[in-house]
Design a protein around this ligand. Structure first.
Ligand SMILES: NC(=O)c1ccc[n+]([C@@H]2O[C@H](COP(=O)([O-])OP(=O)(O)OC[C@H]3O[C@@H](n4cnc5c(N)ncnc54)[C@H](OP(=O)(O)O)[C@@H]3O)[C@@H](O)[C@H]2O)c1
Length: 344
């Protein structure tokens, strides 16, 4: 009998939040890893299967209060499902101990100046921002393979950047006029008391918020700039949908030449040819949230108005999976040479 391959030991810090819960669910069923650390700000330490009864029979590890010294003894890879500012207080200790860190917060996604401007707080770990790799596998796989610190992308940016980058890279659209009209379910804001579908601000309602002032705007512009080497201007209007999960972004871009549907769809098909989690829709078909919910897929469909030289791209994801936990596991799979789809 052959020797059993040792399992990679993984920890989740912030395990009781929305994205932490999704990570536990995915990693408990992952063939190559073993969850050895679960931590969160819990009143009482308890098995995770008591906190989330749907996990019972799958994992009964105790979710402990935050203790980094203990954590770093027990795992090799850490997922930080933490609020921004908390991650940058945790990551340096883990990195210094030689651990791999996949951070789901915004703490390592932006240049320090932009971070401080948009998040309104000083960055306390500037040195590691330079080490961080933006974890969007469809666009930065080569860098992800070698990374020790992943800045896992924001949910809105994932839905927008994957829809814009292929055309920008080929210099087919104007980079100074990209309109993104995005809609998100309520889990995008994290788990907080009273924030549910019965809340009168949410129930039977639909509204725009943080118009052109959402903190994900600079992330989109900074990452998209890598594809055209000049400033990119995005007009970003997020909306809150009265549903639990999912993001649908409708993106309007001005095309430089009189390109038709066939030429434009070809660009996307070629770009995402070897990407197991991108599904390019056929002509006349557009993504729906129901088709991506509970999956790690990014679905994309488009239409072209040749006379007005406008392309409309619609992209959809599950914000907790491709927009967060699923993408984080996809990144880990790439970093450790596992099948990119393992667990997903
Ligand atoms: N929700 C999304 O769709 C989404 C998508 C992409 C990225 N993100 C980002 O991912 C991160 C987590 O998001 P989320 O939606 O999962 O948030 P969440 O539901 O608010 O969960 C945050 C988690 O962090 C824990 N926590 C808070 N302070 C802590 C500390 N000092 N030490 C250890 N644990 C601490 C919380 O514990 P308690 O609950 O016990 O306080 C909870 O388990 C955020 O930075 C968010 O911006 C979220």
């Amino acid at each position: 009998m052959g020797e059993r391959e040792p399992m990679l030991k993984v920890g989740i810090i912030g395990a009781t939040g929305y994205t932490g819960e999704e990570l536990v669910k995915i990693l408990a069923g992952h063939k190559k890893v073993k969850i050895t650390v679960l931590q969160a700000v819990v009143e009482k330490e308890a098995p995770i299967s008591e906190i989330f009864p749907h996990l019972s029979g799958k994992i009964d590890l105790v979710c402990k209060k935050p203790d980094l010294e203990e954590a770093k003894k027990r795992a090799d890879v850490f997922f930080l499902s933490l609020p921004h500012t908390v991650s940058m207080a945790v990551a340096p200790t883990l990195l210094k101990a030689g651990k791999t860190v996949i951070d789901l917060s915004a703490d390592y996604r932006l240049d320090a100046d932009e971070y401080e401007k948009w998040y309104g707080t000083k960055h306390k770990d500037k040195a590691n921002i330079k080490e961080a790799v933006y974890g969007l596998p469809e666009l930065f796989k080569d860098k992800i393979e070698k990374a020790k610190l992943i800045a896992n992308p924001g949910c809105y940016p994932t839905s927008v950047i994957l829809g814009v980058a292929p055309l920008l890279e080929k210099d087919l659209i104007h980079s100074d006029y990209i309109i993104c009209d995005s809609k998100s379910g309520i889990t995008g804001a994290g788990r907080k008391p009273g924030w549910n579908l019965e809340n009168p601000d949410i129930k039977d309602n639909f509204k725009a918020y943080k118009v052109n002032s959402h903190q994900h705007l600079p992330e989109m512009e900074q990452v998209l700039k890598c594809f055209c080497k000049k400033d990119v201007h995005v007009i970003f209007v997020p909306h809150l949908l009265p549903i639990e999960r999912g993001i649908l972004s409708t993106i309007y871009m001005r095309v430089k030449n009189e390109l038709g549907y066939e030429e434009i769809i070809k660009v996307y098909k070629e770009k995402y040819e070897n990407c197991p989690f991108v599904r390019v829709k056929s002509q006349g078909k557009f993504p729906q949230l129901k088709e991506v919910a509970l999956t790690n897929f990014f679905d994309i469909g488009l239409a072209v108005d040749i006379n007005r030289k406008v392309v409309v791209v619609v992209g959809a994801i599950d914000n907790l999976l491709k927009g967060a936990a699923g993408q984080a596991v996809q990144n880990m799979n790439i970093m450790y040479g596992f099948d990119e789809t393992e667990g997903l």
